[in-house]
Design a binder for this molecule. Structure first.
Ligand SMILES: Cc1cc2nc3c(=O)[nH]c(=O)nc-3n(C[C@H](O)[C@H](O)[C@H](O)COP(=O)(O)OP(=O)(O)OC[C@H]3O[C@@H](n4cnc5c(N)ncnc54)[C@H](O)[C@@H]3O)c2cc1C
Length: 605
């Protein structure tokens, strides 16, 4: 397996930035013109051909490619990145597959496809902020998941994934159903982690969970099945017989500045992984998520740029299940776990040994106790109790007692209307979208208590994500960052800190109810660290049916186009389970489905 981790062109980061930040995505969001699409339908030649072309080699793409190959298809699997895995490679590897797996049976856990189905369509499960986890799931899609959940667990084991030897539990799961523990944990074994560049320490190799333990065995299985994997190949568009009708013929892709057309005799499977990194696309669902929410989990290794959704919408595909993206539950947005760096997702620490550390730039400071900092918005004002948490999500036993489908489940929830994240997103009352930067402000006393090292590689000083000064007034002036629209007023920041210090004296925070504020901010030097909420999952995307065929705006399946994982909509379950299951369904469908108007792609060469 040849890899080129230091080759900047490989990651195609600039391509992604260009796509998401310039007119490319704007054009795509308004639809590619008919003339262009018509031209696409008749490429001058095919550079490569296969029965099935899978786009994206992550949690859904690898299973799709393996299934297609094992059902007799020749398969090309492309990925824009320099390596396979996508978000799944850097994920926690916690996989919520239930419905009666051999492991559930081994540990005496009762579960079945019907229990999974009823769990994941249960209208009555509601989070404390009022948002229902499952109410807007598409039942056709959930039925397909429920029926394929346990078989996918066995399939992963058969394809080399080693799960930690213990009973399924709840670790890492959200919106995965209330009736049974379903989380399995893929063991990292000896595979190097992208986050660190090295394997986990041997005692942890078979007892901890990591996405590398899912992806590397699947990569090996794909190669063994004869899948041709083309890295640094980025799909730029789909090629359809007519702009918005007829079957999908293949894709156009770019590789190191060159464009090539790849014919898919049976079908194209889109597994490009969602839209969390595309500012304009994600704002279709939540207008608040402007550019400064730039620490998307999984970046800077893998970017969810909505390219699958945009390409499919351009040839007539429909979006689906938008509520699931708007809904406030689970990991959609997380409170910053690390501060002073751009990529502050609590479960990923980029370390200097990582092949992409030059992109991440800093490890970040883990906040163990939010009593040690105050958080201020772009105006220098506190906005909420810093110790508050984030959105919650349903899991086994989080409702107790629980009766599937009973109105009492909703009635028994204790309503808690607001939380930290909504306050962070609220902004300062101006007619400008987005909450603006959020800064953690603290002093050297906090640094000592948290045992932080406030120099690189821990913090990102060069790009303006970590600043320091000898007085609070100077610190206000030092806060210069491209997302900080106006300078913070020295008087306002000083007033915020003075007021907070008086609350510590009083043992009471009358503004936001922080429980017994503990530490004054008095000991120079003083610090400001980037502390933005992190965007995580995509839970809405293309409309698919039970066979993972992509469906158009008229409700008809688009011949030869399939999709699974975060690119697909209609299903709000977090993460890897839905992606692996749908990848398998899509790959098998693409290899075995008979297309009504299929035929050789040669007539278009
Ligand atoms: C830090 C982190 C931790 C997580 N932990 C867990 C966990 O413990 N449990 C869980 O269930 N879920 C977890 N998740 C979520 C889970 O990883 C994702 O839901 C899952 O990986 C999505 O699978 P996917 O196939 O849709 O996309 P991905 O796995 O992201 O794969 C998409 C692939 O498509 C490629 N691609 C995109 N556009 C193109 C294009 N135009 N052309 C070619 N290739 C393209 C990308 O490079 C990428 O390799 C985690 C996510 C993150 C970021």
């Amino acid at each position: 397996m040849k890899r080129h981790p230091e080759d900047k062109k490989n990651l195609s980061r600039r391509d992604f930035v260009k796509t998401t930040a310039t007119g490319v995505s704007a054009a795509a969001l308004t639809g590619i013109g008919a003339k262009q699409a018509d031209a696409q339908a008749r490429p001058p030649h095919w550079d490569k051909e296969a029965d099935v072309v899978v786009v994206g080699a992550g949690a859904s793409g690898l299973p799709a490619a393996i299934e297609a190959a094992e059902h007799g298809a020749s398969v090309i699997l492309i990925d824009a990145n320099f390596d396979v895995g996508g978000h799944a490679l850097v994920s926690g590897g916690n996989i919520a597959l239930g419905g009666g797996t051999s492991r559930q049976k081994k540990y005496g856990i009762e579960d079945s496809p019907d229990i999974v189905f009823r769990d994941l369509t249960d209208w009555s499960v509601v989070e404390p902020n009022g948002f229902p986890d499952y109410r807007y799931n598409d039942k056709e899609i959930i039925r397909a998941f429920a029926d394929n959940s346990a078989p996918t667990y066995e399939w992963l084991v058969a394809h080399g994934v080693i799960f930690v030897e213990k009973a399924p539990d709840t670790l890492g799961g959200n919106s995965v159903g209330n009736s049974a523990p379903r989380e399995n944990h893929s063991a990292p074994m000896a595979w190097p982690q992208m986050q660190t560049g090295r394997p986990v320490d041997p005692p942890a190799a078979a007892t901890t969970s990591s996405g590398v333990g899912l992806i590397r065995p699947l990569e090996a299985a794909a190669r063994k099945a004869g899948v041709q994997i083309l890295l640094q190949h980025r799909m730029s568009s789909l090629i359809r017989r007519q702009p918005t009708s007829g079957r999908i013929l293949g894709i156009e892709a770019t590789n190191q500045g060159k464009t090539l057309n790849i014919s898919a005799r049976k079908g194209v499977v889109l597994c490009t992984g969602g839209s969390s990194g595309n500012v304009n696309f994600r704002r279709i669902f939540d207008t608040r998520l402007t550019e400064e929410y730039n620490g998307v989990a999984g970046e800077p290794y893998s970017f969810q740029d909505a390219s699958g959704e945009i390409a499919a919408m351009s040839i007539g595909a429909s979006l689906w299940g938008a509520y699931n993206q708007v809904g406030e539950f689970g990991d959609r947005l997380t409170k910053a776990g690390r501060i002073g760096c751009q990529y502050g997702y609590r479960n990923v620490e980029w370390q200097p040994g990582s092949p992409i550390f030059h992109l991440a730039r800093a490890r970040g400071l883990t906040v163990h106790d939010y009593q040690n900092v105050i958080l201020v918005n772009q105006a220098g004002l506190r906005f909420y109790d810093e110790t508050q948490g984030q959105y919650t999500a349903n899991n086994y036993n989080s409702l107790h007692p629980y009766t599937q489908g009973s109105y009492l489940n909703a009635a028994n929830i204790k309503y808690q209307p607001a939380n930290f994240l909504d306050a962070a997103l609220a902004g300062t009352g101006e007619a400008v979208n987005g909450g603006g930067p959020i800064w953690a402000i603290f002093d050297s006393g906090a640094v000592a208590r948290e045992q932080w090292t406030v120099t690189p590689p821990w913090v990102d000083i060069a790009e303006g994500y970590f600043l320091s000064a000898n007085s609070i007034a100077e610190l206000a002036g030092a806060i210069v960052n491209k997302f900080q629209r106006k300078p913070i007023s020295a008087a306002v920041l000083q007033d915020t800190v003075t007021k907070y210090n008086s609350y510590v004296d009083a043992g009471n925070d009358p503004d936001f109810g922080k429980p017994s504020p503990k530490y004054k901010i008095v000991m120079p030097p003083f610090y400001a660290a980037w502390a933005m909420p992190v965007i995580h999952d995509t839970r809405a995307g293309l409309r698919i049916n039970a066979k993972c065929q992509v469906v158009d705006l008229s409700g008809n399946a688009i011949p030869g186009l399939y999709c699974g994982g975060e690119t697909a909509g209609g299903f709000s379950l977090h993460g890897l389970a839905r992606c692996t299951v749908q990848g398998r369904i899509a790959g098998k469908s693409a290899a075995t489905e008979t297309l009504e108007n299929s035929g050789s792609n040669r007539d278009h060469c």
